[in-house]
Design a binder for this molecule. Structure first.
Ligand code: SF4
Length: 489
């Protein structure tokens, strides 16, 4: 079968002429590469990337016209909806099946636009959709209405080969949900000739140290574990099965990526420190250090697990291995870490835990700054439904303190202030959907607002709009506004 994996266009919300949130076009198509590797032995696979640009700096000129009605976010904020990337290119790519990945609710309409174009261009082709936004039951109707024939739930790299095998044999299942599980997942070598790899020079976490791509190369999202047994009710990875492939498989997988010219590995594991043992992590990160490559943890680490439970204090060997870095002619080693500072354990979003910020965070930040890591993103979720004025005062006091501790460091410390987003499939998302007054907008009409850059949750004390404005005010106060669309190095 001829199977085309589509990376949908990049959605852009504009307020007047300015982007309302960061614009990322040239990020690694991780899902497409992983799924293509899972079926490459049996099928003719290709990747159609509608999103990445030949020249990322050119992004403003590539913004297309409005493709949907504007969103009235508030009385003073009218957002227009645009795409970077042309869906019509799908009509040049015949296929027996198109596979779409809908991981982010905020990008759902861009996926739908691509699905509709595929359906119109190739009416006989199967349309398959997977990803975190398509998986929850409450989102199935949205994607079926858009034209999906089947929706994948769970790990696609186990489900897709079995499903396509049935189709190849002429059996088209009546059940329109394809289920996958972590059992049987292998780390498979991606075929880098499926993409124009030199295009992928962006990180979702922010700017990239100029030394990394001094001699070319590209940035790859990868994972060496999956799953998390924690119960954070806002997170779609909560209570998922832990999977961690054997070390020799991991090392071969990472070597394959590095041998292909990658210079920055971005680990997208759900909860790496929970899923892998300390000695395994030490082996893995020593190995990639020897390969003189840079790495980062854009999804964050559960930093509480850096503490040696027997001796107390940070586990020296693990800490020094994970965050080692060196700036020579080029840069290699630990490049960026996202630290969930709110409670330093990622267990739950509750701003009141910030009262412990001094004891919990100061030691960690001092140790991290000592390593010379170029970028630290400190993640703070705001806009929970019970958030109070006292919570916000405490938050501001804590941010002032952290700013004082860190501002003279050569590490660029950034406050990643996230609005709590009621993602479909999470406990928070389901609770918010039930109580209509909690949501400022309808998910079907404005999925673009299901992002950390804007709030759609009306809390007990603050409206969604007030939370969004508050986030912007905080970022301005600490000179961390991201109004430029693309981040600069
Ligand atoms: S937020 Fe982190 S710790 Fe919590 S469930 Fe999700 S992956 Fe696990």
């Amino acid at each position: 079968m001829k199977v085309v994996f589509v990376e949908h266009p990049c959605p852009v919300l504009l307020l007047g002429n300015e982007p309302w949130s960061p614009v990322r076009t040239n990020t690694w198509p991780q899902s497409q590469m992983t799924l293509a590797a899972a079926i490459a032995n049996e099928h003719d696979v290709s990747i159609l990337d509608l999103r990445s640009l030949e020249s990322p700096a050119d992004w403003r000129r590539q913004i297309g016209p409005e493709y949907l009605e504007p969103i009235r976010y508030s009385e003073s904020i009218l957002l227009t909806r645009h795409l970077i990337g042309d869906c019509k290119r799908i009509s040049d790519h015949p296929a027996d099946a198109f596979v779409f990945t809908a991981n982010f609710t905020s990008e759902a309409n861009a996926v739908v636009e691509a699905i509709r174009t595929a359906k119109l261009s190739w009416p006989e082709a199967l349309i398959l959709v997977g990803g975190s936004d398509a998986s929850p039951e409450e989102r199935h109707a949205f994607y079926f209405n858009a034209g999906a024939d089947y929706i994948g739930v769970g790990d696609g790299d186990t489900a897709l080969p079995v499903f396509l095998d049935q189709i190849k044999k002429g059996h088209r299942p009546n059940e329109r949900i394809i289920r996958g599980g972590s059992a049987g997942v292998n780390l498979l070598n991606s075929n880098f000739s499926l993409v124009q790899k030199a295009r992928y020079v962006e990180s979702g976490g922010g700017p990239i140290h100029p030394g990394i791509f001094r001699n070319g190369g590209f940035a790859v999202y990868t994972e060496i574990s999956r799953g998390c047994s924690r119960e954070c009710w806002f997170c779609s990875a909560r209570m998922t099965d832990l999977w961690s492939p054997p070390i020799d498989e991991v090392l071969k997988h990472l070597d394959h990526i590095i041998d292909s010219g990658c210079r920055l590995l971005m680990f997208s594991d759900d909860n790496l420190l929970l899923a892998r043992k300390t000695e395994e992590l030490v082996t893995i990160f020593r190995h990639i250090r020897e390969r003189r490559i840079a790495w980062e943890f854009p999804n964050g680490l559960e930093v509480g697990l850096l503490i040696d439970s027997k001796r107390g204090g940070f586990s020296k060997e693990l800490f020094e291995t994970l965050f080692w870095n060196s700036e020579s002619l080029s840069f290699f080693g630990a490049h960026r870490l996202l630290v969930p500072i709110e409670d330093a354990l990622l267990h739950r979003s509750a701003l009141r835990k910030l009262k412990n910020v001094q004891v919990q965070i100061r030691g960690l930040l001092e140790r991290l700054l000592d390593t010379g890591i170029p970028f630290l993103n400190l993640a703070i979720m705001i806009g929970g439904v019970q958030e109070s004025r006292d919570d916000r005062e405490r938050l501001e006091d804590s941010l002032e303190l952290i700013n004082r501790w860190t501002h003279s460091s050569k590490t660029r410390v950034n406050f990643s202030i996230f609005c709590t987003s009621p993602l479909p499939g999470t406990g928070l998302g389901r609770a918010a959907l039930k109580s209509k007054k909690r949501l400022s907008h309808n998910i079907e009409e404005a999925p673009e607002l299901w992002t950390v850059f804007a709030s759609i949750l009306n809390g007990d004390n603050f409206t969604a709009e007030q939370t969004t404005q508050y986030r912007r005010k905080l970022l301005r106060r600490f000179h961390m506004s991201q109004d430029e669309g693309k981040v600069r190095s």
